[in-house]
Design a protein around this ligand. Structure first.
Ligand code: ACO
Length: 406
């Protein structure tokens, strides 16, 4: 019997009594064909394969439920809109870590170890904030004793540390000294205080807090899955979160609120909205802040953030414009894609909120990462509590076993 591509010790389908690749090769040989034989590509099995793991159930979670058809997002069963209306980010993070709802839960920002501060000072000033945050989390891990299994205390400490680190880097790159955490402030006002050197007003802090709640958790997205894969090897929580930040850095995941800002600026005025939207689509461009892989209904986070943006004291001037553009965009998208529901996503209203609280667009992705710390670390705890190494299979499509050319 000829050897399969992987040799007899690793038959792809042992139950067949013959590796599938060999069967396929034999079939190919038997079938009359004018095509030259393909010696470079061998399919070794025909088990179902879904590119991007789309639709594959890769685990179980009791943390977040994303109901794309009905536009619902639940954290441990609670609706996102209710959590934004009645909770704070620390309360929501604590809910994700422990399952307990304590609306008064307090979590200030944490201290930055000296070695981490030295690392941040050593970075070039033009370092991207996502790179600085990923580096800071990694350096933080080197200063801690992070034994297995990860604990809620570790989750709390890391979630509290990262806003201080990002704020410190944002100041260092402007030639300013970092600001010490204020333990009397909760995490989100504390972050703004360390960023700007002055305490934020209540409405500004509340608006960013709402954004943090909306960003806290979203099921098995790419960065969360990364964190689970890393912790499943019995690595540590800092490694899991720095890997997750690296995953979120990619433009397909890290979001588009800064591009929404750019787009609204380009539109300029409500009267120009219709022509601009139609031209952009005709050029083959995507309208930033619309469409979603999972949601077929209005993203409930966008609804919650729109409410926050509309209720803000210092509303950015262009919020009215954003609302006018949204109406036009939804109408045109429905007209051009009648068979596919393309609705507003979270990024669209994240943009006005992040602008209004005074963040520069280059800080948007790293701020999104800060908000997702609660979800990442909660998934780390959940994975570790019922751990199994995550190690899927791949379908081999390379050359069959062969001799090295001599
Ligand atoms: N603007 C214009 N057309 C769109 C948009 C959009 N925002 N989104 C989808 N379409 C069109 C596509 O061109 C495609 O048309 P076609 O069938 O004629 O080729 C059709 O709708 C389906 O598009 P898909 O790419 O299959 O949709 P998918 O679900 O894979 O994409 C995605 C989701 C990537 C979010 C997409 O809607 C998009 O690019 N949106 C703009 C960017 C954005 O807002 N990103 C943030 C997402 S939220 C987050 O990441 C937290």
């Amino acid at each position: 019997m000829p050897l399969g591509p992987l040799g007899p010790a690793h038959p792809a389908r042992p139950s067949d009594g013959e590796p599938l690749a060999i069967a396929k090769q034999a079939r190919r040989r038997a079938e009359p064909s004018n095509a030259p034989p393909d010696y470079h590509r061998t399919v070794t099995d025909d088990r179902p394969y879904s590119p991007g793991l789309e639709g594959v159930i890769a685990g179980e979670t009791s943390l977040g439920y994303v109901d794309g058809e009905r536009g619902r997002l639940l954290y441990r069963g609670y609706r996102i809109g209710d959590l934004v209306d009645h909770g704070t980010y620390p309360a929501v993070a604590n809910l994700l870590w422990t399952g307990e709802w304590d609306p008064g839960h307090h979590l200030p920002t944490g201290p930055i170890p000296e070695a981490v501060l030295a690392t941040l000072r050593a970075l070039p000033r033009e370092t991207k904030p996502m790179d600085a945050l990923r580096t800071a989390v990694s350096a933080w891990g080197a200063t801690q004793t992070l034994d297995w299994p990860p604990t809620p205390e570790q989750a709390r400490a890391l979630t509290a540390f990262s806003p201080s680190a990002l704020a410190a880097f944002a100041r260092i790159r402007r030639g300013l000294e970092p600001v010490e955490p204020d333990p009397s402030l909760d995490l989100v006002p504390g972050f703004l205080y360390q960023l700007n050197g002055e305490r934020p007003d209540a409405a500004t802090a509340r608006a960013l807090d709402a954004y943090f709640i909306c960003g806290a958790e979203h099921g098995f997205n790419a960065s969360t899955f990364t964190a689970r894969v890393i912790i499943a090897t019995r690595s540590d929580i800092a490694s899991a979160v720095s890997g997750a930040i690296g995953t979120m850095k990619g433009p397909l995941h890290g979001g588009a609120p800064s591009e929404v800002v750019e787009q609204i600026h380009q539109v300029g005025s409500p009267e120009r909205a219709e022509a601009w939207v139609r031209d952009a689509i005709a050029r083959g461009e995507r309208l930033m802040g619309f469409g979603h892989r999972v949601y077929r209904a209005y993203d409930p986070r966008a609804a919650a953030l729109r409410k926050v943006a509309e209720g803000m004291e210092h509303r950015p001037e262009w919020l009215e414009l954003a609302i006018a553009v949204e109406d036009v965009a939804l109408r045109v998208l429905a007209e051009l894609h009648p068979g596919r529901a393309l609705k507003t996503n979270v990024e669209y209203y994240a943009a006005p909120v992040l602008m209004a609280v005074g963040l520069t667009p280059d800080l948007f992705p790293a701020t999104f990462s800060l908000s997702r710390h609660a979800g990442w670390t909660a998934h780390v705890l959940e994975q570790a509590a019922n751990n199994r190494l995550i190690r899927p299979d791949a379908r081999y499509v390379g050359p069959p076993e062969r001799d090295l050319p001599v």
